[in-house]
Ligand binder design. Sequence first.
Ligand code: D5M
Ligand code: FE
Ligand code: ZN
Length: 517
Amino acid sequence: MNQIEVITVFLEEGYQISPNAVELICCHCNPRSLVDRILKNMAPSVLVVDIEHIDEHINENRFQEKYEVPVKQSLANNLPAIPKIIAPIGSAINPVHSDNPVDVLLDITDNSTCVGEYMEFVQFFRNRYSRLSEMIRGRLNSRPIESLNKYRNKGIGRREGMDKDMNEVSIIGMVSDIKSTSNGHKMIELEDTTGSISVLVRMADKELFELASRFILDEVIGITGALTNDGKLLIAKKITIPDLPNTLGQRRRSYGKAVLTSDVHIGSSTFLEEQWYHFIDFLKGDTDNEAMAALSKEVRYLVVAGDLVDGVGIYPGQEMELKIQDVYEQYKKAAEYFSEIPRHITVIISPGNHDAVRQAEPQPMLPENIRADFSENVTFVGNPSVVDLDGVKLMIYHGRSIDDLVASIPGVSYQEPTKAMVEMMKRRHLSPIYGSRVSIAPEKQDHFVIGQVPDILHCGHVHTVGVEWYKNVLLVNSGTWQSQTEFQKRVNVVPTPAQVPIVDLSTLKTTILKFSE
Ligand code: D5M
Ligand code: FE
Ligand code: ZN
């Protein structure tokens, strides 16, 4: 049902309806039956149908209006104001060298609609579910969870309508709960837009159990399994994840090099200025080393994946570790450093959790008053974003979710940051766990879904360098320019600073340049 149809049905029954209520109905999984339920129960005294009249007729499920989780609620209440749209996307305000085109394919900047309303969470999760489940659907003949109801309360002999072998059903759902049973099995709660079901992964099924031990909340998975006699539990026999395809078509390649970096933390007293200057010298071709000079000439792009400056008030006691106390002065200093980079190199800057944009992700590009200080070879984009660098698709994400992935998935650590990035690729999502350390603004589209597969995924945040291939995608974590802070000492973060991955845009072969004092 579209909005006009909903309005018409209510008018025909003698009711007006508020725009919010119309929108809520339209994003329900079955608007027609919802409208029927509402009309059947509507008090004749009501003139204008509003959200409160609809609420009680919606099933409890995260895809629907009644979905209530305290963390998400508090996020809704605390969402900072969305910065006003100032100008169109990066390349338009910062015209780049025509030899080094930058095509911004995905960026929240200018597209944020979220104000943290209830309805937006519904829409956000629906968008995530529909896009991720679509990736699995091609490989799995799945059915809606609600359709399993007809087997509930029926004996084993009444399985008509089950798949060929009379035992297996497949579903695709979002993980809403993970528990271990008293016998050590995994009990997973899965939701789709129609309902929810418990899935049991038995310890004896070793491979499955290993996979299930790495499940995280809010990821979307497919399960093929057997329903128990009462139809209430699905015993898993096969797990299907979104994952990357094993082969990708011929990819366009470019020429020259892209230098990837992040977490510069300008303004921090632990910012390694001397090493940074050696890096700038390298970009300028200002070196006695012939090989380095030749390499420098090939550089076409420099990409910064967030935390350009250290910011202020990011963690308790940060002021003790700041060399520049004013965040605008930090950006002025940054602009000064970047102005030394030769203009033929196109610079792309996306923000991180230390930068002066809203903390809720996706983050828009840095604001105009900050951008204004940078020269015309600098393009600003949001976090995350996807840019096409003359034929090479680069997905940029600061990588805050790596904190969540390290905390939740066995074997994923800060020392090998690309392992966390592999987990993102398998789930086709940059920040799968909702409501943990990453505040996610519920935009209309889930900007963290890895839809089109990029050539390169570039993250930062964890301050350790890593390069790894996963299937056909190059994963790079580009380290930092900050030595270990007092805060990081306390939380045992051991950085690998002043190391810079440089990617050949024709082969995607990557070398790590190390800059010392
Ligand atoms: O993050 C730099 C590194 O420090 C990154 O590995 C995460 C880690 N970090 C940051 N905040 C915390 C907290 N609160 N607990 C544990 N570890 C943390 P950056 O974003 O540059 O500060
Ligand atoms: Fe950082
Ligand atoms: Zn960070």
